[in-house]
Design a protein around this ligand. Structure first.
Ligand code: G6P
Length: 613
């Protein structure tokens, strides 16, 4: 997936595009490019140098001619075609006048390219996207204006796209369109913008609008108009934006990840704020789903990807224990392909920080199609997932920029556990006093996380001690298991070291064969109910030469007998431990990545929001 941006009517075109691309780098950074358009002239620059592609593009653009009021820009996460400059966007048609940018995949590109080549079009890249430039060119040759030419092209393509097109013969116009891949439009007096997301244009535009699937927008300096694929006019939904530029910048920290790790106490507080009436009723203002319906839920299916999937796995324990509902957790990319069973009373919860992960959106669409009620748990207000779902709970963690998710995880666990408490309240599966105690306990987690953050130096020191290690197993039991999965995910995505998460009891069924001197086993060992069992598991790996790191509570003395290094955290209620225990593991992974010289905010090959299947 990729990031796209465009502007018409600006006196500051290049700076706008480059700044926007910098903010969109989290969507991909294999290459970057811009095209500037004025009457009769299209000027283009492209670079492909890996994680620093946008910085290289900025240098390349130092020689750009001035006086362009309109342009488009792209930062790429390669799908079709190697991450080389020749495949970088913007891509041009044969005449060199039409420039396009594309995020998504054109599935029938091969057959379209064959037809276009038969007509004499010459392709210069090996991307799926270039067919768009030539299709538009074909319609322009037949006399269609740019918006109609884009519409005609989209009628023949299959797949997912957010695109923008410009033509030097129709300057001061950008035509953009969307199917599945996200796209927003922004306006300010005399200037109109488009982007994959709001932060890219946050300080430039004053009003923001979401483009829906199969809508085409014609941007001019004085505003925009939108149509659907049939050509009928449509109105775009105006977005409510509740964050400012400061939250989109590093705010004095070295990197976004450190900032976001440190914001976790605040993320928890805002997620839990105003969630209980004076009479003790837990409430979600934004939920839009009736109490009767929630009370009658027979089965919950959580669908999510990556870190959100790990948060969903924690929620399974809370929903089952507190609300006595049977819960399944599915990887969202698997859900719709396994002919899922949706019976009356099935509630599907799509968990996604961005609300734009295509696998999760497709899973919840499938669930809705089969008759399920869908709740979105999203961090981004008005995200695609939030808009499509029957109801939504916002995690209110604030903007998360670093590719590796941190504060979104703790906020998702908190929001889902709060929902579990609400369901327990409606179904009377917990006493009012138990619910009150758990609600208060949940609200105290933020300050426990703040305590853990003060111990950062200790966690970093352990990473220094283990900097030569190459293989890590993270283990845990009960909710310590998804915590271990999340700890392993952080380490592998940030440091590129081999790290796997396992239920501690499962080690003896295979992974134990890999344990030998030099291997590190990181245990989440904070749960008193599981403590003896996990000590035995650690004794087993220690006997085979592993180095043991344990996340353990302040009062745990017995851990010293089996652990070489202990990462101490305050004790909390079992269900809340993932929010506290993950923090030392995030810091450990971060420190290891820094020691190894990795780019912590932009790990190689990854992207923050994955909008391709
Ligand atoms: C990508 C990101 C992960 C994230 C996952 C799901 O893989 O790199 O950090 O957890 O997508 O994203 P979502 O926005 O749906 O939570």
């Amino acid at each position: 997936m990729c990031g796209i941006i465009g502007v018409v009517g600006s006196s500051d075109t290049l700076a706008t595009l480059l700044q926007g691309l910098q903010r969109l780098e989290y969507r991909g950074y294999d290459s970057a490019g811009v095209a500037l358009v004025r009457p009769g002239q299209t000027w283009r620059a492209r670079t492909a140098v890996g994680t620093e592609s946008v910085a290289a593009l900025r240098a390349e653009c130092a020689s750009a001619p001035s006086g362009f009021r309109s342009g488009i820009g792209h930062t790429r996460w390669a799908t079709h075609g190697a991450p080389e400059a020749v495949n970088a966007h913007p891509l041009l048609d044969c005449s060199g006048n039409i420039a396009i940018i594309h995020n998504g995949i054109i599935e029938n590109h091969a057959e379209l390219q064959e037809q276009l080549e038969a007509k004499g079009h010459v392709f210069t890249s090996v991307t799926d996207s270039e067919v768009l430039a030539h299709l538009i060119e074909d319609s322009r040759i037949q006399g269609l204006e740019l918006m109609e030419a884009v519409r005609a092209s989209l009628l023949v393509v299959r797949g997912a796209f957010a695109i923008a097109a410009m033509d030097a013969n129709e300057p001061d116009v950008i035509v953009a369109a969307r199917r599945i891949s996200p796209l927003v439009v922004g306006t300010a007096p005399g200037v109109t913008y488009l982007a994959s997301d709001v932060p890219a244009i946050l300080d430039r535009a004053t009003a923001f609008y979401a483009v829906n699937d199969d809508e085409i927008v014609r941007l001019r300096p004085e505003g925009f108009r939108a149509i659907d694929l049939e050509g009928s006019p449509v109105r775009l939904h105006q977005l409510s934006i509740d964050w400012d530029l400061e939250t989109a910048e590093k705010g004095g920290y070295d990197d976004f990840m450190t900032k976001e790790i440190n914001e976790q106490p605040d993320a928890l507080r805002s997620t839990l704020m105003d969630r209980r009436h004076k009479d003790g009723t837990i409430t979600f203002d934004e939920l839009r789903i009736g109490d009767d319906e929630l009370r009658d839920v027979k089965r919950v299916v959580l669908v999510a990807a990556g870190t959100s999937h790990n948060a969903a796995q924690v929620a399974k324990y809370a929903l089952e224990r507190w609300a006595r509902i049977s819960v399944e957790v599915d990887i969202s990319s698997e859900y719709r392909y396994r002919d899922p069973i949706v019976e009356i009373g099935t509630l599907v919860i799509g968990v996604s920080q961005s609300g734009e992960t295509i696998d999760t959106i497709m899973a919840t669409r499938e669930a809705q199609y089969r008759g399920a009620h869908v709740i979105a748990v999203s961090n981004i207000v008005d995200s695609s997932l939030a808009r499509e779902a029957d109801a939504v709970i916002y995690t209110r963690a604030g903007l998360e920029v670093s590719v590796a998710s941190t504060k979104a995880f703790v906020a998702q666990v908190a929001a889902l556990e709060l929902l579990a408490l609400r369901l327990a309240q409606l179904r009377s599966t917990l006493s009012p006093s138990d619910i009150d105690a758990l609600f208060l306990g949940l609200n105290a987690v933020g300050s426990q996380v703040a305590t853990v953050l003060e111990r950062r130096d200790r966690f970093e020191a352990v990473a220094h001690e283990l900097k030569g290690a190459r293989d890590f197993f993270f283990i845990g039991r009960h909710v310590g298991f998804p915590t271990a999965l999340e700890g392993a995910l952080k380490l592998k995505e940030l440091s590129y070291l081999h790290a796997e998460g396992y239920p501690a009891g499962e080690l003896k069924h295979g992974p134990l064969a890999l344990i030998e001197p030099g291997v590190v086993v990181v245990a989440v060992a904070t749960d008193p109910a599981m403590h003896e069992k996990i000590l035995s598991n650690l004794a087993e790996v220690k006997a085979r030469g592993a180095t043991v790191v344990a996340v353990a509570t302040d009062d745990d003395e017995s851990i010293a007998a089996v652990a070489d290094y202990v990462l101490r955290v305050p004790a909390t209620e079992q269900m809340f431990t993932p929010m506290v225990d993950i923090v030392p593991l995030q810091i450990f992974a971060y420190a290891m990545a820094r020691i190894l010289g990795r780019n912590v905010d932009r790990p190689r090959n990854l992207a923050k929001t994955v909008t391709v299947e």
